[in-house]
Design a protein around this ligand. Structure first.
Ligand code: ARG
Length: 469
């Protein structure tokens, strides 16, 4: 190793050591050490390729390989100390390699730059993170499917809302299936992003490629990428793969946040639709009666920081000239944070959804309140030939009458009905149960039990086919 005056691996042309404050400021090892495994895999693939191409001899490659494997083992055993003086994960590992095998370590960086090295490590990490979140979502979908099956069999009702005002009765299974669909798209977005980022930057070197006779296909394949990236400048300068990942995380977090919000509302005393399990709730330090939905509130709240992570990286890359700029070192923390936050949120929600206790009698009662079947009555009048707009107005007058008396449709007498409109009969209002309303909504994708059942059957087979993804 010939670090020059500065003491750093790149120090040949420098006349003095680095300022300690600046060293601290510039170091990324505090967070990018998380890429150690990806970095070692990248180096091992690079060494194998250098040997294959005759750039290194077989014995040299073997010594480098053993050195790198030794570092991996020592890292796992916790016997190595990361050093800020070595700036980042890459230089820490290379320094350990020098300590371990001597000057031969200096050959590892042949035909490589930290620019293509970090881009490769980070792509590997993001690909794997996306794959993990896809698995989390699959788990969540399975939980929702199982819950939806149970509540379809029980025909558990729920008021459906628009503007958070009671709108029409639905099946709880229909509501659960809506989130199943949303989670499917959240998963597909991650899959799409993962497929697009499946290209290897290694071999782009600093920015222009290299004069060494390397084989970029060999390293790409060994690292599990579909192919090498086509352009060396693009390979080291682009972080749109991380942006896509963060965008997919942010949209996924918005789905979670909506679900968390609904459950928080439904668990309130005023709604009383669902009982949160004690083990996922907390108490108050002053109010002995309190049971707070902290887990759900945090899921809702943490979506904000995931949006922030996306914004942070968008702001970093905006206006950056090609190719590598040190600004890009700021790409990692938002990704780590978004991944950790979303992964933990998915896990918590899966566990919680599986053990929620829905109060079917409360939701059924609520589904019958608020004149939620008014549309059904208007539809009935319209079926008898009244234009729908007129039927709408008639039922509106009926609602006003009920409101003035504080009663429901079924409390009105035949004379009351006739006074509002001659075509209104007691038989019509008598049929207006929330169950009948739900059963009548048989249009494709509607809330009728047979529609929900066929949606669940479709999910059953889709989730079992995609199970291994
Ligand atoms: N720690 C750096 C990063 O994360 C590695 C690449 C450094 N490259 C350079 N030309 N200084 O971006």
């Amino acid at each position: 190793m010939s670090p020059g005056q500065s003491g750093a691996l790149w120090g040949g042309r420098f006349g003095e050591g680095v300022d300690p404050g600046f060293q601290q400021f510039g170091a990324s090892v505090g967070f990018d050490r998380r890429l150690a495994d990806q970095d070692l895999r990248g180096s091992l693939a690079h060494v194998a390729m250098l040997v294959q191409q005759g750039i290194l001899s077989g014995p040299e490659g073997e010594l480098l390989r053993q050195g790198l494997e030794g570092i991996r083992a020592d890292l796992e055993a916790g016997s190595l100390q990361w050093s800020v003086a070595q700036e980042d994960v890459h230089l820490n590992i290379e320094t350990w390699l020098h300590q371990r095998i001597g000057p031969l370590a200096g050959k590892l960086h042949t035909a490589r730059s930290r620019n293509d090295q970090v881009a490769t490590d980070f792509r590997l990490f993001v690909k794997e993170a996306a794959g993990q979140l896809e698995l989390d979502l699959l788990e969540l979908q399975r939980t929702l499917l199982a819950q939806a099956r149970l509540h379809l069999a029980a025909e558990t009702l729920l008021p459906g809302y628009t503007h958070l005002q009671v709108a029409q009765p639905i099946l709880l299974a229909h509501w659960l299936t809506a989130y199943l669909e949303m989670f499917a798209r959240d998963r597909a977005r991650l899959q799409d992003a993962r497929a697009r980022m499946d290209e290897c930057p290694l071999g782009a070197a600093a920015l222009a490629g290299t004069s060494w006779p390397i084989d970029r296909w060999a390293t790409a394949k060994q690292l599990g990428f579909a192919r090498p990236m086509a352009n060396s400048l693009d390979a080291v300068a682009s972080r749109d793969f991380a942006l896509e990942f963060l965008a997919a995380c942010a949209i996924g977090a918005s789905t979670l946040s909506r679900l968390a919000e609904e459950l928080i509302l439904y668990a309130s005393l005023e709604f009383g639709f669902v009982e949160l399990p004690d083990r996922f709730s907390t108490g108050s330090s002053i109010m002995p009666q309190k049971k707070n939905p902290d887990g759900l509130e945090l899921i809702r709240g943490k979506s904000g920081r995931i949006y922030g992570d996306l914004m942070a990286l968008l702001a970093v890359v905006k206006g950056l000239p090609l190719a590598y700029n040190k600004d890009l070192q700021e790409d990692k923390e938002p990704v780590f944070d978004a991944f950790d936050t979303l992964h933990a949120s998915y896990r918590l929600l899966s566990a919680l959804l599986g053990v929620l206790a829905w109060r079917a009698e409360v939701t059924a009662r609520a589904a019958g309140r608020g004149y939620a079947t008014a549309t059904d009555l208007a539809d009935r009048l319209a079926q008898q030939g009244l234009p729908f707009r007129e039927a709408h107005a008639v039922v509106g007058r009926l609602v006003a009458l009920c409101l003035s008396r504080g009663c429901s449709f079924s409390d009105l007498s035949a004379a009351d009905l006739e006074a509002v409109h001659p075509q209104l009969t007691e038989e019509m209002t008598g049929l207006l149960s929330p169950q009948a309303s739900v059963a009548s909504r048989r249009s494709l994708g509607g809330t009728a039990p047979e529609q929900v059942a066929s949606a669940l059957d479709a999910w059953e087979s889709r989730l079992s086919v995609e199970g291994g993804v």
